[in-house]
Structures are given as structure tokens and as C-alpha cells.
Design a protein around this ligand. Structure first.
Ligand SMILES: Cc1cc2nc3c(=O)[nH]c(=O)nc-3n(C[C@H](O)[C@H](O)[C@H](O)COP(=O)(O)OP(=O)(O)OC[C@H]3O[C@@H](n4cnc5c(N)ncnc54)[C@H](O)[C@@H]3O)c2cc1C
Length: 452
């Protein structure tokens, strides 16, 4: 019988890891604390609407995430723009656009930047110079992670207006921190891989369906078809080395399981509490990764007020607005979500206060919203949406392997070189599975790993 691997955590990292281990011929059991798969991407019902915990966006450069969608049969449920096109709204002013042209990278965004109305002509030229300077930065250079992108942008002559009017627009939603506070290394990764190195990299992908239809249900089917044993509502409490070189898992206080390898794909703070001392992973370092929240405001109007799938906003408390009418199954009116990255200031606010601030702000951007009747307004808070992607975090993110043979780490917080994203999660899962398969092969003298 083949060796057995346990995957702890059924987010995108755990799903990818479990599928790859099963595809390599291992026996796999996946233990997930919640009643369904998908981790940080989940859906629920709200007054007849199918609502996600928070709007997620992917880009064409997210190849590992797109591969995962393909593997679970969900690729056609993500609508990918044929060509990057972002409308940018400001109160009382015509839309500005970030669009790619047919030119090769990095010139593909040049025309759009030079016409970008929220900035003056000298500001546009200055921003173009800073964009060119990003091309000389190597995201893998450890010294970049020692400074904030805000400090670096100022050293490149970027004024507060340019930082707020352009760089924050791109970096806040991708790093879930204000651009001024984010790690330069991660910002360089986003701007190089996402915007500058390939012309089509930033084409935006948005789910056509709620998360349980995009990730949870198809992943459950794919795992079951691959022979993975799925244990939902099963919370792992401890992982310990066993006497025979195997690993011992305790779940729900009572259940015990001995396996040949374990992939821990939980959030970083949970991993810190689960890993045995022999793993040599510094739980304090994991705790220092911290958290950054994302708040989503869900706004239902009695009629359509936004005539495009999404828009970004400037000079407004609103950041990005998405039309979720179709995926949520709303038949009359329009359902918008306002995604607020690094939403610390909104976390403690009441629903009423947020409605008082954001509904008029939306009206200032979308004239039709001023005439429309507000049918519903509710809030989803994700206080631990991502780790805090600030300078100094690279050295806190552990790699895949631990010091304990057979014990591996996955999760968007591990050292993938990517920000805490669905892409980072998918990559980490694939890496952990490859390391687990290779480790078991080596232990079995190069043969297909057999059970101990
Ligand atoms: C509101 C919001 C908006 C976001 N927007 C974007 C976006 O636009 N684009 C993007 O790419 N990313 C976005 N992200 C980030 C993205 O969702 C995450 O990076 C990614 O989903 C993390 O996947 P993961 O598998 O690493 O971890 P998780 O999804 O956190 O999965 C970990 C799993 O482990 C389980 N678990 C925990 N403890 C135990 C235990 N003891 N035993 C068993 N199971 C356990 C959890 O229940 C969970 O299912 C957003 C996140 C949020 C919250």
C-alpha cells in the first residue's frame, strides 16, 4: 500500500497539495476544521442572496491559481478580461482609464499613464520614471524587504499626490496595506510580475459565480475523484513525531492518526501553535507576521447604478466597487460590493456609520446611485484577511521544509516570493506536495513510497 500523507487545512493551498499528492500515487487524507473547503474564500446566504466573504480578483499572471481552477474543472467560472482595462472614478469628474495597448511590455501601459487624468502632466512623467526604475529592482534582493515602498517612491521623487493617485491604487488592493507601509520587495514583485514584465499579465479575472461554486464544491468533487479522504469539521490540535519515524496527529481532542508525512496548510498563527518543537519553526516569528483586515460593504439598490463590472475610485473613501448582481442571483436591482483593503479604520465602525459614510460617497461617484432606493446594506469583516505585508516580513516567512523529516508547510504566508494571495496559496501547495513526494521517495530508496 502507498504511503499516507495528511494535509491539514482545506484552503486553496491545502486543496492543491492534496490533489498533487494524490496524483503522485500517495494515499491522502485532508482534515479541515470547517464544514466546507475554500478557506479564506467562502460564501453564505443572506436574505436570498449568495454572498461571498469578500470580493477576490486574480490576474492573468496568476498561473498556479489558474492551473488549480483548471484541475478542479472551474476555469470557465472565472471571467478574465481579454485586455486590461480599469475605469477610475472621481467625484464629479469623467472616468479616467488604466488600459493596456497592443505595444509590448513595458510600453503597453505607457500611453495610459501619459494620459492618466488624475495626475498633472509633470506628475505623469515623474510616475513613468519611477515605473521605469521598478524595472531595475529585483524582488528577490533581500535588501528590498528592509524598506517600505513609500520611502523608496519618495526617493524617486514621487509626491504624495502621485503616491495616492497612482501607486496606492495599484498596491493597496494587491498588498492589503497602504502603499506607504508595504514592503518594497513585495511591491516590486507585484509591479514587475503583474504590470511591467509581460503585457498581458495584469488582465483582471473575476469570479462569475460565488466561491462555493468556484472553489468549494468543485474541489470537493476533484479530491473525491482523486481518491482523497476528506474529513470536514475535523480540527487538528497537535502534530507530534511518532516513535517509528512517522507523524502522529490529534484531531478534535480524541481522534488520532499516524501518517508518513504531514503538510500543514493552516493560517500562520494556527501553524505556529500546531508544529512540534522538533520542526524548528519559530512560532514567535510567525506571530510577528501579524494580520491586515479587509472589509467588504454590500450594497443593494432597487435599480442598476453601475454600468460596468467594476471600477476603482480616487478622492473618495470608496476604493474598488464590483457588480455582484449575477453571481449572487439577484433578479431585480443591483448588488454592489465595496472592497476596502487595509480596512483597519472601518473594522470598529457600526453598520449605520459605514452606511452614512459610504452610500453618499458612492452617490458622488455614480450619479444614478443618488436617485436609487437603498434596499439593503450589510458588512463582512475579515480582520485576519492577510498577513501584514510590511518591510521585514520576508525573513519571517518559512520555506516548505521543516527540520522534522516528513513535515512540510504550505499557505500563502510561506516564503513563496508572492504576496498573500490565491496565487501564493496555490504555489505553496504545489511546492509542499512536490517536497513531500520527493522526501518519501528518498526515504523509500527512490521507489514509489510505500506505507511504513
Ligand atoms: C476578504 C478577502 C479578500 C481577499 N482578496 C484577494 C484577492 O482579491 N486576490 C487574491 O489573490 N487574494 C485575496 N485574498 C487572500 C486570499 O484569500 C488568501 O491569500 C488565500 O485564500 C489563502 O489560502 P490558504 O490556503 O493559504 O489559507 P486559508 O484559505 O486561510 O486556508 C487555511 C485553512 O485551514 C483551516 N484550518 C485552520 N485551523 C485548522 C486546524 N486546526 N485543523 C484543520 N484545519 C484548520 C481553515 O479553516 C482554512 O480552511 C483575500 C482574502 C480575504 C479574506
Amino acid at each position: 500500500m502507498s504511503a499516507q500523507v495528511a494535509v491539514v487545512g482545506g484552503g486553496l493551498a491545502g486543496i492543491r497539495a492534496a490533489l498533487d499528492c494524490a496524483d503522485a500515487g500517495l494515499r491522502v487524507v485532508l482534515l479541515e476544521r470547517r464544514p466546507g473547503l475554500g478557506g479564506a474564500t467562502w460564501s453564505r446566504s443572506h436574505r436570498g442572496l449568495h454572498v461571498d466573504n469578500g470580493q477576490h480578483v486574480a490576474m492573468r499572471c496568476c498561473t498556479a491559481y489558474l492551473d488549480l481552477l483548471e484541475r478542479i474543472g472551474s476555469r470557465d467560472r472565472l471571467a478574465l478580461q481579454p485586455r486590461l482595462e480599469v475605469p477610475v472614478a472621481r467625484p464629479g469628474l469623467p472616468l479616467a482609464w488604466i488600459r493596456r495597448s497592443r505595444l509590448p511590455a513595458p510600453a503597453h501601459l505607457g500611453g495610459s499613464l501619459l494620459r492618466f487624468a488624475p495626475l498633472t502632466v509633470p506628475e505623469r512623467l515623474s510616475a513613468a520614471r519611477a515605473a521605469a526604475a521598478f524595472l531595475w529592482l529585483d524582488p528577490e534582493d533581500p535588501s528590498l524587504d528592509e524598506q517600505s515602498v513609500g520611502a523608496w517612491l519618495r526617493s524617486q521623487g514621487q509626491s504624495d499626490r502621485v503616491i495616492d493617485g497612482l501607486w496606492d491604487l495599484l498596491l493597496r488592493p494587491t498588498l492589503n496595506l497602504p502603499a506607504r507601509e508595504a514592503s518594497l520587495a513585495l511591491a516590486a514583485k507585484v509591479l514587475r510580475t503583474g504590470f511591467l514584465d509581460r503585457a498581458d499579465a495584469a488582465d483582471i479575472g473575476m469570479p462569475r459565480v460565488p466561491f462555493d461554486v468556484l472553489h468549494g464544491q468543485p474541489a470537493t468533487r476533484a479530491l473525491s475523484n482523486a481518491g482523497v479522504e476528506l474529513r470536514l469539521r475535523s480540527r487538528v490540535d497537535a502534530i507530534e513525531p511518532a516513535r517509528d519515524g512517522r507523524l502522529h496527529l490529534c484531531a478534535d481532542g480524541t481522534e488520532a492518526l499516524d501518517v508518513d508525512a504531514v503538510i500543514v496548510a493552516t493560517p500562520h498563527d494556527v501553524a505556529g501553535s500546531l508544529l512540534p518543537a522538533e520542526a524548528g519553526v519559530d512560532a514567535l516569528a510567525l506571530a510577528k507576521l501579524g494580520h491586515s483586515p479587509i472589509v467588504n460593504l454590500h450594497v443593494v439598490f432597487d435599480r442598476p447604478v453601475l454600468d460596468r463590472p467594476f471600477l476603482a475610485a480616487l478622492q473618495s473613501p470608496v476604493q474598488w466597487v464590483f457588480d455582484r448582481t449575477g453571481p449572487a442571483g439577484l433578479s431585480e436591482g443591483q448588488y454592489l460590493t465595496l472592497s476596502l483593503s487595509a480596512g483597519d479604520a472601518c473594522l470598529g465602525e457600526s453598520r449605520e456609520r459605514l452606511r452614512e459614510i459610504f452610500v453618499p460617497a458612492l452617490g458622488a461617484l455614480l450619479p444614478a446611485a443618488r436617485e436609487a432606493r437603498l434596499v439593503d446594506f450589510f458588512v463582512t469583516n475579515e480582520p485576519r484577511a492577510t498577513f501584514r505585508q510590511a518591510p521585514g516580513t520576508r525573513r519571517l516567512r518559512p520555506g516548505t521544509a521543516t527540520r522534522l523529516p516528513g513535515l512540510f508547510l504550505a499557505g500563502a504566508w510561506t516564503d513563496t516570493g508572492w504576496p498573500d494571495t490565491m496565487e501564493g496559496a496555490a504555489r505553496s501547495g504545489a511546492r509542499a506536495a512536490a517536497a513531500a513526494v520527493a522526501g518519501l521517495r528518498t526515504a523509500a530508496g527512490g521507489r514509489m513510497p510505500e506505507a511504513a
